[in-house]
Design a protein around this ligand. Structure first.
Ligand SMILES: C[S@@+](CC[C@H](N)C(=O)[O-])C[C@H]1O[C@@H](n2cnc3c(N)ncnc32)[C@H](O)[C@@H]1O
Length: 272
């Protein structure tokens, strides 16, 4: 897909899609506590149409479609490769589009996202565009990461990736990225500027778990380590992975990995 905005993100998420497709069952397992929050929010009122923004491989879209029988659930994502994996499971409709600029032809009474709204070039423009996708009195509910300091598993992954690629430029802390909505006051301002009202921002902390046997597949397919490994010859990737694996020992408890996830649950309403 080509887009005048968010092109770097589109390129990255298209490249990342293959790893996410390979690891989608692990993603759905690890991030299930945050999926459950969105399913719970979706169940609070009868819904005709639900939009899942930055739906990735579609776990949340499908979970809401399953929970709300008869509700139309649409997953939207900028990455063709993510959506190809999402579509393999059927059960919901998936739309290839950039949430920041897509011209929505229908209106949704609930717009959700799990970690899919932090990657916009222009967040206020994107949330304004999502307001256009909302029915009058429709709701927005998304989950986003709090600070890197509060999410030590993610910082361990970034440090490990940096050790594999010491010359790579550090990511811009103010640009699009997983922590771009970590500052609650800034997020509130963006949503107000975009025209949303009744904004609520609550801290949600969950322990995400996976069997220890899935830790290496998780790290090698997702996030900054997978990105760093892609730069290396395929034959040396297992060796490089083994080199950084010990940085995650503190999260391993017997045969289980426990990842503390410190997030915001952000809610807002569209004007009537
Ligand atoms: C961290 S992943 C989350 C995927 C999914 N929501 C989940 O929880 O498994 C972020 C997703 O946002 C998508 N994304 C990034 N920028 C986007 C944009 N401008 N419009 C639509 N989707 C976007 C990416 O392609 C990616 O699938």
């Amino acid at each position: 897909m080509t887009s005048e905005v968010n092109s770097a993100q589109a390129e990255w998420w298209n490249a990342a899609g293959r790893g996410w497709a390979q690891a989608q069952d692990i993603v759905d397992l690890v991030l299930k506590p945050f999926q459950d929050l969105l399913v719970e929010a979706a169940r609070q009122r009868p819904r005709e149409r639900v939009l899942d923004v930055g739906c990735g491989t579609g776990g949340v879209t499908r979970a809401i479609a399953d929970a709300l029988d008869g509700t139309r659930c649409v997953g939207l994502d900028i990455s063709e490769s993510m959506l190809a994996a999402a579509r393999e499971h059927g059960q919901a409709e998936f739309l290839l589009a950039d949430a920041q600029v897509h011209v929505f032809e229908e209106r949704f009474d609930l717009i959700v996202s799990r970690f899919g709204v932090m990657f916009f070039d222009d967040p206020a423009a994107a949330f304004r565009n999502l307001l256009h996708a909302s029915a009058p009195d429709g709701e927005l509910c998304f989950i986003t990461w709090r600070t890197p300091e509060e999410n030590p598993f993610m910082t361990a992954a970034s440090r490990a990736a940096a050790s594999l690629l010491p010359d790579a430029p550090a990511p811009d802390p103010d640009g699009p990225g997983p922590f771009s909505l970590a500052d609650a006051a800034k997020t509130r301002k963006i949503l107000e500027e975009a025209g949303w009202s009744g904004i609520g921002i609550s801290a949600v902390d969950r322990i995400c778990t996976m069997p220890e046997s899935l830790l290496v597949p998780y790290l090698s397919n997702l996030g900054p380590i997978s990105r760093a490994l892609k730069e290396a010859d395929e034959s040396v990737r297992p060796q490089l992975m083994a080199q950084v694996r010990s940085a995650f020992d503190e999260f391993v408890h017997g045969d289980e990995v426990r990842v503390p996830g410190a997030c915001w649950q952000v809610t807002a309403s569209a004007p009537l």
